[in-house]
Write a protein that binds this ligand. Structure first.
Ligand code: PLP
Length: 433
């Protein structure tokens, strides 16, 4: 039935999906249409069950359909689903975020894309400057200015990464290789007085997981401060996921620096569309209605979404992160063992409780390294895992997301699937139905 639904979907929606990676283009075959999910498990429209390692691409920290989240959401929805007027859960969620993350104040939006777009507008409004620095391979949502690819030389202005983005939008974006301190120094020496902000994934997770080298985020923060630019740490993926205090808990709190602005999404919506940006009080106070920088949203701070996020964050105790770390260690060790036994070149990289598997023989520090992967080996591996009841993210460039609900049975299902999948990767797959 997934096949029939995919045909129907393609007739009415480009590619049959509402976000490109879901279409299985990177691995071939037919995406599974999901009927329901509970805990660590997905059930598709054909009734097949899969251990879920997509986790909605990050939000489902507690697993699917957590009873407390469902109860809170049902209660909130019964009181009405949106008013366009202030509500108490948005205040409580903001307080929860401010208590855990390095931000004084936050503003809610509905997607990570909106969060990064708004953070950049605020950085430009605050500094009175136009240029934005980003890293190749870091994804910040589909904001025009951030869908920029590196130009022909090092440290040049970006070129549009997709048709539909005008040259003018990316002409104000500088795209650098991740981890390249010399390139960062160079753009700040050349353009420092025109740079509004540098935005980086707090730890890259969208080219696979790349742990920032110790001191790298501190170096970025210090360089921005030296040149009067803002340091924007995109924690949409890592926030309340890589650790209880996000990536900042892993490096900023340890090394003693704070970002000027932070973006959040995914976990703070608990599976609903909620995201946020926040930061220094003096920067945030430039935002309308306190300040002149305009930003708004019909569903921003929606009471059902913020209730789901609030309930999720309150349940995200140290035990949850300890469980994610332990389950992750078990899976990572088994992946390494199976791929090694099958003779498949691979690198497993972790950052806090996040991890991913690269089908390459070298450590991955930047986008060029990540691009050197054997994607056909991954495709074969992916389909063998799927056939054995494990739904990995359908792309070689994604983190594998575990949850608090990944219990021994779910983890064992993953472990049992690995040896055959590793052998399939070794044989390099082939065409998939
Ligand atoms: N920033 C990062 C680091 C992300 O991983 C994503 C999405 O994956 C976004 C921003 C965009 O978020 P959204 O898909 O909610 O627009």
């Amino acid at each position: 039935m997934s096949r029939a639904w995919f045909d129907r979907a393609r007739a009415v929606t480009p590619g049959g999906v509402n976000s490109p990676v879901r279409a299985f283009d990177a691995v071939g075959g037919t995406p599974r249409f999901i009927r329901s999910a509970r805990g660590a498990w997905l059930t598709d429209v054909d009734g097949y069950e899969y251990v879920d390692l997509i986790g909605s691409w990050g939000p489902m920290l507690l697993g699917h359909a957590h009873p407390d989240v469902l109860a809170a959401v049902a209660e909130a929805a019964a009181r009405g689903t949106s008013y366009g007027a202030p509500t108490t859960p948005e205040v409580e969620l903001a307080e929860e975020i401010v208590a855990r993350a390095p931000v004084d104040r936050v503003r809610f939006v509905s997607s990570g894309t909106e969060a990064t777009m708004s953070a950049i507008r605020l950085a430009r409004g605050f500094t009175g400057r136009d240029l934005v620095v980003k890293f190749a391979g870091c994804y910040h949502g589909h904001v025009d200015a951030l869908l920029a690819s590196a130009g022909s030389g090092l440290a040049t202005f970006g070129v549009p990464g997709t048709p539909g983005v005008p040259d003018a939008s990316t002409a104000l974006t500088l795209v650098l290789p991740y981890h390249d301190r010399a390139a960062v120094e160079k753009v700040f020496v050349e353009h420092g007085d025109r740079i509004a902000c540098l935005i980086t994934e707090a730890a890259p997770g969208n080219m696979g997981v790349i742990p920032p080298e110790p001191g790298f985020n501190a170096f970025l923060a210090e360089t921005c401060a030296r040149h009067g630019a803002l340091f924007v740490s995109d924690e949409v993926m890592t926030g309340f996921r890589a650790s209880a205090r996000g990536q900042w808990g892993l490096d900023g709190a340890v090394e003693g620096w704070r970002p000027d602005l932070v973006t959040f999404g995914k976990v703070i919506g608990g599976g609903f569309p909620a995201a946020a940006f926040g930061g220094r009080a003096d920067v945030m106070s430039r935002l309308a209605p306190e300040g002149p920088v305009y930003q708004a949203g019909t569903l921003s701070g929606n009471p059902v979404a913020t209730t789901a996020g609030l309930t999720t964050l309150r349940l995200a105790t140290d035990d949850v992160y300890a469980h994610l770390a332990a389950a992750g260690d078990t899976v990572k060790a088994a992946v390494t063992e199976s791929l090694t036994a099958a003779g498949v070149p691979h690198v497993v990289q972790s950052n806090g409780t996040m991890f991913s598997v690269f089908f390459t023989d070298r450590p991955v520090r930047d986008f060029d390294d990540a691009s050197g992967q054997d994607v056909s080996a991954f495709a074969a591996f992916f389909h063998a895992m799927l056939d054995a009841g494990v739904h990995l993210p359908p792309s070689a460039y994604e983190a594998w997301f575990l949850s608090a609900a990944h219990d021994d049975r779910a983890v064992q299902t993953v472990l049992d699937a690995l040896p055959a999948a590793a052998r399939a990767a070794a044989a390099n797959g082939g065409a998939h139905e």
